[in-house]
Structure formats: structure tokens, C-alpha cells
Design a protein around this ligand. Structure first.
Ligand code: CP3
Length: 354
């Protein structure tokens, strides 16, 4: 069944809409007081993500508060390596940590593709529960990390400024890294397909760290495995197309390569010139982005100006989904998000007249 507001899905298919739809990466998160309240009740981040009732509650919070045009499943990219037995926890002030990082030949040999209907059942249960709660108001986006971005955390065991352990493996033992990436690609494909079967109406692959690779290495270690995922995806569910979005932070140099993977849309960070991106790949894919998340720390006038700058840069016609160029910052003033949502919806109408 089609959502009542299906502007997001139509924009991804480059079909006409009355205004430019928007959603915000990490839209359910700590900048929202109601999220912090639910998270306190859940006790921990994983307590929140693994309970379908809580996950449903926080997924709907930004939709109810702001009138955003798509919901995104509340979960995390690191649930997949956690399901592989790496032991994920979130340490206060430190971010995610794996108890058993993947660093030796033996660690790699132990990796396996989790069964999404067993180890990750809490995610597909959350998808079904969110679809029921949304009642077709807006579409639901499923997501995963890219095989490479997942490998970064799996090998390093935590976040890092330079991912030195990962790059050491890439230069000394590329064979081991390729084996990890192949398992990850199969795990991500099966995970995303399970989300689609449970009701996700579009999917996004987050390649947060692909942009730290050298040209050539990006294609060999990141994009090749993202393509392996895309090639294995279910493209249709219940007679409706399920579009895919690939977001690579720092990927501005490789837009043509990314568009050639067979994705339906390319997510752009804020460093990319949207007009040039459209000229380059806008005939093949829809574009998503790309306001600097920190623009939300401006005042009302500057936020409206920056939003218009993004909409003007794309110009007229369909094929644009407004978003931030990366996740929303946890210290973002909540009232500024409403200014952004209202400005996108009002100002973009001039670009969608028949
Ligand atoms: O977009 C949404 O609202 C859906 C939920 C979502 C979360 N994480 C919830 C979350 C999504 C889509 C993600 C993706 C994710 N997770 C990425 C890719 C996107 C990006 O930002 O680049 C990455 C790299 C992660 C890994 C991760 N999860 C880190 C590094 C951290 C800690 C840093 C931080 O922002 O706190 C998390 C924790 C996390 N995932 C939080 C949320 C709301 C905050 C934790 C909390 O509430 O305590």
C-alpha cells in the first residue's frame, strides 16, 4: 500500500512531487528531549534498540514533532557485527566498543553471516511494529552500514581518528580484509532483504568511512562490496519498488563510480556542489542532501538562507530529497529543525510547478 505522503518515494524515482521531501540522518537522537526521556527509561542504547516498542516510539518522535516526510528505522549499523558475536557495548563518552575485535586470521575464520530472522529478529520485529504505528503516514527507510564501514569498527574495535589498525591490515594483509568484506557484504544483503520483507520501503547504505580511502582503494575495498550488496537486494515488495540510497561521506570525488553501482539515489555530504553533482549524475540517479549539519547552529535568517541555497543549487524538477550532509549534531537547538522543515516545504514549491 502506498503511503499517504509518498513524496519521498516519488522523489527517489524522479517522479513529480508538489514540494521537495526531506528527512534528516540520525533524526531520532539525543538532540530531542523526548528521545532522551525514552532512552532513560530503556536504560541503555542497546536496551532501546532491542526493544521493538521503544524503537517504535523513538522512530515516530521526529515525525510527530516536525512533519518530516520519511521515517528511518531506529537501530544502529553495528547490530550486524554484534550479531556475528563481536560483543557490542556503548561506553559513555567513548561511543561503540567491541569486546572481540577482528584482527587475526583466526578471528576472520570465525566470522559468519548471521540469520536475520534469529540473531537480528529484534530488528525485523521493530520494522513490522513501526509500519503498524506509522499507519502509512510516511514511508519507512531501512538501513545498514556498508561492508567497509562495518569492517572499520570490527577491526579497530571502536571508533578512531585514523583507523590505523584497519589500514595496516589493508596494506599488509589485503587478503584478510577482502575476506571480512565478503562476509560483511553477504550479511548486509541478507539483513537489508529481511528489513524489506518486514516492511522497509526504501533502504540506505551508510558508508561513513569510505571517504578516508585513497582513490583506487575506495573502489576496491568499499564500493565493490557496496555493489555486491546492491546486486543481491530485493528490488520490489508487495508490487512496489524499493529504492536504494548510497551515502558515502567524503565521496564527492567518486560520484560517477557510485552512481554506476545500480543504486537509485546518491547521498551527498555538504562539501559537494549540488549543481555540479546533478550535471554529472542527475540523469541516472536521484540526489539526496546536502546541508551542513552545523548550519542548524545559525539563527533563523541564516538557516532559511542556507536551506534556500541548497534548494536553488538543485533547481527545478524532481529527483531531489533534502537532507543534511551527515547526521544531525546532538547539541542542535530543537526549534531550528522546525525552521528548516518549514523552509524546505514552503520554498521548494516554486521548483515543482507544472
Ligand atoms: O537516523 C536515525 O534516526 C536512525 C538511527 C541511527 C542510529 N545510528 C542511532 C544511534 C542510525 C541510522 C545510525 C547509523 C550509524 N551508527 C552510523 C552511520 C551514520 C553516521 O552517522 O555516519 C554510524 C557510524 C554508527 C555507529 C555509532 N552509533 C556511533 C559512532 C555511535 C556513537 C556516537 C554517537 O553519535 O553517540 C552510535 C550510537 C548511536 N546510534 C546513537 C544513536 C541515536 C547515540 C547513542 C545514545 O543514544 O546513547
Amino acid at each position: 500500500m502506498k503511503p499517504i505522503n509518498d513524496t519521498f518515494l516519488r522523489a527517489l524515482k524522479c517522479q513529480p512531487t508538489e514540494f521537495t521531501p526531506l528527512w534528516l540522518m540520525r533524526q531520532a537522537g539525543r538532540y530531542l528531549p523526548e528521545y532522551c526521556e525514552t532512552r532513560a527509561r530503556a536504560g541503555s542504547f542497546m536496551g532501546l534498540a532491542q526493544n521493538p516498542d521503544y524503537a517504535t516510539e523513538v522512530t515516530l518522535q521526529p515525525i510527530d514533532r516536525y512533519g518530516i516526510d520519511a521515517a528511518i528505522l531506529f537501530s544502529d549499523i553495528l547490530t550486524v557485527p554484534d550479531a556475528m558475536g563481536l560483543g557490542l557495548s556503548f561506553v559513555a563518552g567513548e561511543g561503540p566498543v567491541f569486546a572481540r575485535p577482528v584482527q587475526t586470521e583466526e578471528d576472520v575464520a570465525r566470522l559468519y553471516v548471521p540469520d536475520p530472522n534469529v540473531e537480528l529478529k529484534y530488528v525485523t520485529d521493530a520494522v513490522s511494529s513501526i509500519r503498524r504505528a506509522l499507519n502509512n503516514r510516511v514511508p519507512l527507510i531501512g538501513f545498514s552500514g556498508s561492508p567497509f564501514t562495518l569492517a572499520c569498527y570490527m577491526i579497530e574495535g571502536r571508533g578512531s581518528r585514523d583507523f590505523r589498525t584497519v589500514k595496516t591490515m589493508m596494506y599488509r594483509r589485503p587478503d584478510l580484509l577482502h575476506r571480512i568484506l565478503d562476509v560483511n557484504a553477504r550479511a548486509v544483503a541478507s539483513y537489508l532483504n529481511a528489513q524489506i520483507k518486514a516492511g522497509a520501503q526504501a533502504v540506505q547504505i551508510f558508508d561513513t568511512w569510505g571517504g578516508m580511502l585513497a582513490d583506487g582503494d575506495f573502489q576496491a575495498f568499499s564500493l565493490r562490496y557496496t555493489k555486491q550488496v546492491l546486486d543481491a537486494l530485493i528490488r520490489e515488495n508487495d508490487g512496489e519498488a524499493v529504492p536504494s540510497i548510497v551515502f558515502t561521506k567524503g565521496g564527492g570525488e567518486w560520484l560517477s563510480d557510485i552512481a554506476a553501482t545500480g543504486c537509485d539515489a546518491v547521498g551527498l555530504d555538504w562539501t559537494v556542489n549540488l549543481t555540479r553533482a546533478r550535471t554529472l549524475i542527475g540523469d541516472r540517479v536521484a540526489l539526496q542532501g546536502n546541508l551542513d549539519p552545523l548550519a542548524l547552529f545559525g539563527d533563523e535568517e541564516s538557516i532559511r538562507r542556507e536551506v534556500r541555497r541548497v534548494l536553488d543549487a538543485y533547481g527545478s524538477g524532481s529527483g531531489h530529497v533534502f537532507n543534511l550532509g551527515h547526521g544531525i549534531n546532538q547539541f542542535t537547538p530543537i526549534e531550528n529543525v522546525q525552521i528548516l522543515v518549514d523552509e524546505v516545504h514552503a520554498y521548494s514549491r516554486r521548483y515543482h510547478e507544472a
